[in-house]
Design a binder for this molecule. Structure first.
Ligand SMILES: C[S@@+](CC[C@H](N)C(=O)[O-])C[C@H]1O[C@@H](n2cnc3c(N)ncnc32)[C@H](O)[C@@H]1O
Length: 216
């Protein structure tokens, strides 16, 4: 992992998420607003469409790391997936996700869990799909030792994936090439999910990157 680290930001801190989700729980209780879909609904939908068409069975154990308000899990449940676990290190996020999704989709399970520091054996199973949208970004933006935390993240994700399991990550801070390089020690590239591109100063780039890996 030789990449330059990202400039740190409050989005990389636990306090930021605690404060944000406390406000969102309150908003949901007062006016039914489920809160932000990070990077927009389109980027979530592209990944959900990919998962639905990749040929895995609907009972494949799937974990969403840093699930926030549970939006991706809710959409996967809507598509018929039955073995869904959302984890987030912020208790307020789990409270929000439960409030937003439980009534319609009670099959989704949730757990307060820190993907960097907690013991993965507490998750109880290996997963056929590990999904992340924005959580590796948040970890990379942490002011304290992001490089070491990114290393731990990869180690933990590798532990919870079953053999040939899929790791699907969406980032708006790292390019697909940077993600491929950072995960290549333990993951093989399966594909890059196409995302809209922009052209600036003669260079072509994407606003978000979604990459699918298979555990080596
Ligand atoms: C940018 S938000 C994305 C939320 C959700 N995945 C989405 O796409 O709407 C990042 C999420 O990662 C969670 N998070 C950050 N670090 C974490 C960690 N070490 N373990 C678990 N969750 C973490 C935050 O609480 C927050 O919910």
């Amino acid at each position: 992992m030789e990449d330059t680290e990202l400039d740190s930001s409050e989005l990389g801190t636990y306090d930021y998420w605690k404060k944000t989700y406390a406000i969102e729980v309150n908003n949901y209780e007062e006016n039914g607003d489920p809160g932000d879909v990070w990077f927009g609904e389109d980027s979530a939908q592209r990944v959900i469409d990919w998962i639905c068409s990749c040929g895995v069975s609907l009972d494949t154990p799937l974990i969403d790391l840093g699930c926030g308000n549970g939006y991706s899990l809710m959409e996967l449940a809507r598509q018929g997936f039955t073995n869904l676990l959302g984890v987030d290190y912020c208790e307020e996020a789990i409270v929000l996700a439960e409030k937003v999704t439980k009534e319609e989709f009670s099959i989704i399970k949730y757990k307060v869990f820190d993907i960097i520091n907690d013991d993965v054996s507490d998750l109880g199973t290996n997963f056929g799909i590990v999904h992340d949208k924005g959580t590796y970004d948040a970890i990379s933006l942490n002011p304290d030792n992001p490089k070491e935390n990114r290393r731990k993240y990869l180690e933990q994700v590798t532990k919870i994936l079953c053999d040939n399991g899929l790791f699907i990550i969406t980032s708006c801070n790292w390019t697909d090439q940077e993600l491929i390089k950072q995960f290549s020690e333990k993951m093989k590239l399966k594909c890059v999910i196409p995302t809209p591109q922009f052209k600036f100063g003669g260079k072509v780039g994407s606003v978000v990157s979604s990459v699918v890996f298979i555990k080596k």
